[in-house]
Design a protein around this ligand. Sequence first.
Ligand code: DAH
Length: 346
Amino acid sequence: MQEELKAILAGVRETVPNIQSRAEFESFKATISGPKGTLTNAMKGMGKVPKEDKPAIGKLINEAKTAINAEFETVLERLEAAEIAAKLGPAIDPTLPGPDLNRGALHPIAQVREEMVNLFRRIGFSVAEATEVETEHYCFDALNIPSDHPARDMQDSYYLPDALEVSNVSKHADEKYLLRTHTSTVQIRTMLQQQPPVRIVAPGRCFRRDTPDATHSANFHQIEGLYVDKHVTLLDLKATLDHFVKTIFGPKAKTRLRPSFFPFTEPSFEMDFYSPDLGKLSNKWLEIMGCGMVDPEVFKAVGIDPDSYTGYAFGMGIERIAMILQGVDDIRYYYQNDVRFLKQFA
Ligand code: DAH
């Protein structure tokens, strides 16, 4: 009996390290402790053992059982650990560098936006923002844009359905929501929140019903500027814009203001610039923004006294500046996300 038990235990110890799955384990275990298993058989042999030998043999059987169960436990622990490891996947070392060392870059439009915003920040402007969904009041009325102005036409702007509710933009019942057509809306929202002096730039996305072509996109970006204080004059506007143009396009660039019209400025101008170092575009006057002195009607709409305060405002398309700076001749390249294009600006 003793020999038989020893042989069973030795067999278990030999087989157990090779077991690779629970199924394999269960079928092997059955050959030992199942109803027809070798250990079960040995235990059945107890009946034939002489009475005086029973205590000693019983002890041997118990020892063998304990040893065999310990082996089985070890296998189960090993199988379980392997299952968990398989679920977790390969070990991760979070201190290793990322696999792609080719880091991303800002989009070319964002690069130009940052350059422009930082330039204005250095001369005391802060950055203001407002929503892209707007009401007719903020987009038009408060900016003195009359109701028969073409910009307000259904064909020129993206109006939103009447039933739409926009929780963070409130409107009057008889107004419509629309996607802002320019960043001039931020002038109004800022002046309603903040007493003069106000000195902000507002970069942001704008939307117009344009048929896309090389120079038009239904979605584009602008930067708005606004400076309101006592004694702000046209000279301040001219000096600030000169500084802007010379910083962005180089010290040889020249500027000029051409009389124009915007409902929210009086007088109003288009600003052109001219540079000898612009490749194909050198030595031509290029129009880059609208500007002027804030119209007293706009001050009245936001409750600022036009007899005490004056201000200037300007607004320009970021794509327009980017195209000149980056030598891009079709605005649509900016929105196609073709890496061959984008990589040139990384
Ligand atoms: N909002 C005008 C546009 O989208 C641009 C503009 C012109 C902005 C004159 C201004 C300004 O602040 O003074 O065409």
